[in-house]
Design a protein around this ligand. Structure first.
Ligand code: PEP
Ligand code: MN
Length: 263
């Protein structure tokens, strides 16, 4: 179902007023995690002001250490929804457990399947069956073929709206958090009709490397970008070092506009 052979024209996914998959670049921005009602509302206002059209924010955080902040859970979803409604932006958040999927439907516009769960097939089947748009991140060491098969699980379970997200893969290079596989973008475009977006934040892990790689992703043909931005990154509860300041996001979106129209 994900294959270009089966469907020749690009899939365009409508999420409220936002369309992902056309020739415009959709910028999704927000903090790694929803930390408080005030924080996500301030983030949403700043993201919108900078030119983003969709809000991100994790309520369930799959952290490497069990002692790190795990997210606000359902309370976080409530604040995220409120911030999205206040600014007129659709919201995306990660789902980590099949048992949460139905409950989350009332709060969100797009599910995110995180890199660590790309091959959690039971999660894919349950989330796919919700019939809602899904951003599917590439697994840390997944091949493009495995990634497309994970998309196939979602599509076979009942959703037509899958957005692939290249977020960097594990390589031998430790300088950056991951290595952004830019060539995956044209490869996916050839193999699949699905939209593909780039996450330069998790791909690099370093604030000043985010904008160059975001621009590179846009130049390589990505349909959108998902970028971590925090109003006070030095005190962020997760991923502060890779989070842009709002002013940096605004400048980045202006720079992207030189490459392609930004929605
Ligand atoms: C995230 O988007 O905050 C996240 C955890 O991303 P990934 O699954 O790509 O690591
Ligand atoms: Mn993060």
């Amino acid at each position: 179902l994900a294959s270009r052979e089966l469907k020749k024209e690009d899939t365009v996914i409508s999420i409220g007023p936002v369309k992902i998959g056309g020739n415009r670049i959709v910028v999704i921005a927000g903090p790694c995690a929803v930390e408080s009602r005030e924080q996500i509302i301030a983030s949403a206002l700043a993201a919108k002001e900078a030119g983003a059209v969709m809000l991100r924010g994790g309520a369930f955080k799959p952290r490497t250490s069990p002692y790190s902040f795990q997210g606000l859970g359902r309370e976080g979803l409530e604040y995220l929804r409120e911030a999205g409604d206040l600014t007129g932006m659709p919201v995306v958040t990660e789902v980590v457990a099949p048992g949460d999927a139905l409950m989350m439907k009332d709060y969100i516009d797009v599910y995110q399947i995180g890199a660590r769960n790309m091959q959690n097939f039971e999660l894919l089947k349950t989330v796919g069956s919700m019939g809602m748009p899904v951003i599917l991140k590439r697994g840390l060491s997944a091949t493009i073929e495995e990634w497309l098969m994970a998309a196939e699980y979602l599509l076979a379970s009942g959703t037509e709206d899958v957005i692939l997200c290249e977020r960097g893969i594990r390589t031998y290079e430790p300088y950056t958090r991951n290595t952004l596989d830019l060539s995956a973008i044209p490869v996916i475009k050839k193999l699949s009709h699905l939209p593909v977006i780039v996450d330069p934040s998790h791909a690099t892990g370093i604030r000043d490397k985010v904008s160059p790689m975001a621009l590179a992703g846009a130049a390589a043909g990505a349909n959108g970008l998902i970028i971590e931005m925090h109003t006070d990154p030095d005190h962020a509860m997760s991923d502060g070092p890779q989070s842009l300041y709002p002013e940096q996001l605004e400048k980045l979106i202006c720079d992207i506009e030189a490459l392609a129209p930004v929605l």
